[in-house]
Design a protein around this ligand. Sequence first.
Ligand SMILES: [Fe+2]
Length: 485
Amino acid sequence: MTPAVTGTESTLPRIILTSFVLLSFLRSGNAAGITSTFIRSEYPSVDIPLNNKVFAVPKGYNAPQQLHITQGDYDGKAVIISWVTANEPGDSKVQYGTSAKKYEFSAKGVVTNYTFYQYKSGYIHHCLVEGLEYDTKYYYKIGNGDSSREFWFTTPPKIDPNSHYTFGIIGDLGQTFNSLSTLEHYMKSSGQAVLFVGDLSYADRYQYNEVGLRWDTWARFIEQSTAYQPWMWSAGNHEIDYMPYMGEVTPFKNYLHRYATPHLASNSSNPLWYAIRRASAHIIVLSSYSPFVKYTPQWRWLAEELKRVDREKTPWLIVLMHVPLYNSNDVHYMEGESMRAVFERWFIQYKVDVVFAGHVHAYERSYRISNIRYNVTSGYQYPIPDKSAPVYITVGDGGNQEGLAGRFRNPQPDYSAFREASYGHSTLELINRTHALYHWNRNDDGKKTAMDAFILDNQYWSANHRRRKLKKHNVRKTMDEIAMY
Ligand SMILES: [Fe+2]
């Protein structure tokens, strides 16, 4: 096991070394997997008290709060800006422009609210801001007078195979002090947008008493990041909120009122599954808790969306879901098997680069493996190395109140490359069309530790013989670029 390294600057030589070691593991697919022996010192896995400053309500009557933005179209030239006003609906207008304090444009949104058992939500606003320029910093203002608030965000570079872009990947975040540590560590990274793999607030742990409140506190807690960069949402089991004993039988009611997605832009009929293209990536978001078997809307949509992927324009094909298809933890073991049986074949056929999931409160990374030979009667029950397969990464380690999933199954399956039960987040830096730099960053005791890092080969541009020359050139270039950091 690579020893822990502390601090971003001093990690560089180690990362490069680790990258090469893990790179060779990733390619050969048959090195022994690692179960980390790291034991983290447990913080209590309880939610931060309601009166903590991380949940503070902004000053001013009816001041906009819980600001969060997400991509608003297929190609990254729009954002959906969402917020809540507590006292009255107020204005759904966003003023924006390319210089601070000068707002030459405005857009009008919509407002909604809902009840959940005895909880009554605030007024939830969603405003689509479209027609933006690529690679541009925009300033925006919400609200009026003393209660108004100002923020900014930067649009991504244009869709281009060599657009350089860094995503953060966070899952199962919750609102404990571990969650805060994960968020703070992520915000110190170079991440430009977050791919969130489900289980947001864990507000559903509060039933009858304080029901619903933790949706509001969570959104105020993450505003420090979500007001300034887009988070792409996917839903987990803690978003289902199916509570018939409380008279609440509409699944995803809280989540869908609060977190918009640009599903219509990718021809999806449901905000729970959709796709976006951003910089050099095509990102597909699936719903583990919506029907996905053959002929269902999600199945039909994915079949069509995969045909729309153009690796010449967006070399990186990334899939997000909540429940991992490969998981060797005792917790949630085999829960992804039904979706694996339906979708794995397509992931191989379309050469998906990486599948990110959450759900299991630990970190795990697979080799490139598949189990599509198995068909109940074939007798091939074990996954095998498969160069066309994605890498499966579970990042359900945001730090929520349920604590860690500390029991991995023994022995470690051959397909499992690295696993550790502690908290953290990942970053995926798309360097060019052939290579990306991946990190999993453990956070523990207030320090940031890069623990699992490697160079990810692009599945499309690395697999084709015609492109070998370009690949060789880009490996050298990639290493030069990494050395410059
Ligand atoms: Fe979950």
